[in-house]
Design a binder for this molecule. Sequence first.
Ligand SMILES: Nc1ncnc2c1ncn2[C@@H]1O[C@H](COP(=O)(O)OP(=O)(O)OP(=O)(O)O)[C@@H](O)[C@H]1O
Ligand SMILES: [Mg+2]
Length: 267
Amino acid sequence: MTDGEVVLGDPSVVVDDLHVTYRILGTRRKAVEAAPQGRMRKLVGRSLGSTGGVTEIHAVRGVSFVARHGESIGIVGTNGSGKSTTLQALAGLIQPSQGSVYVAGIPSLLGVSAVLVRKLTGARNIMIGGLALGLTKDEVEERFDEIVEFADIGDFVHLPMTTYSAGMAARLRFAISTAAVPDVLMIDEALATGDAAFRERSRQRVDEIRRQAGTVFVVSHSLASIKAMCTRAIWIDKGLVRMDGPAEDVTAAYHEHTRARSGPAKG
Ligand SMILES: Nc1ncnc2c1ncn2[C@@H]1O[C@H](COP(=O)(O)OP(=O)(O)OP(=O)(O)O)[C@@H](O)[C@H]1O
Ligand SMILES: [Mg+2]
């Protein structure tokens, strides 16, 4: 568990009955519709709606919660349950089809990832990412060494990011994203490829952000990471909040659920 010394502030994120529906135009559903009453048809029919060449995926179906300054919140749930979609709606990257999202301050969905260019060197990307975070050129230059040190990529900073391992690239993205203390930081599976030392540094930085009244969301399939980094966790299941509470309790319940679903426990 993280230290409990951070006093929670006012709400920083308010999500009220959030719905997100993906609309896919021009989808060919004929093949599926023509299929006999097989498994595929049943599966598709359950989660997809289709009208006039538009397929709809109702990915988030009424999610509500309030997050406060100083909180780090883990989001758990099985593949396709709507975790990434929820974060993207918080970051303003996709429009809710219903409900509302209120974010105090500027959200950053490990955000710089979108603007980074893998063909360019780490150094160039630090500048691009820093500017995208709203830092000035001078401020990025001032923080340059610290970012490289945190990412621990050494001289690779002068090579294109295409030459980085998955873990190195993830470390650099995290280092850039947190170079300016964000109001609301969202981390979607970005820590999965980091090694133990990097996970510990990330945990410390998340604590630092909380102490400076930021709010951090961490989506991860690693319940250990969630327990280490988060004070609270939200379990999203089929587009709905199934449980919301202390990270310890929610990860335990989710673990129990996935264990039960994967069949009789071995050993
Ligand atoms: N860009 C997209 N266009 C259409 N459908 C999408 C898109 N992104 C996600 N979906 C659908 O929305 C649903 C929720 O997906 P989402 O990516 O939010 O799940 P997730 O909980 O993040 O899963 P994972 O653990 O695999 O990352 C899924 O049914 C998925 O197929
Ligand atoms: Mg996801």
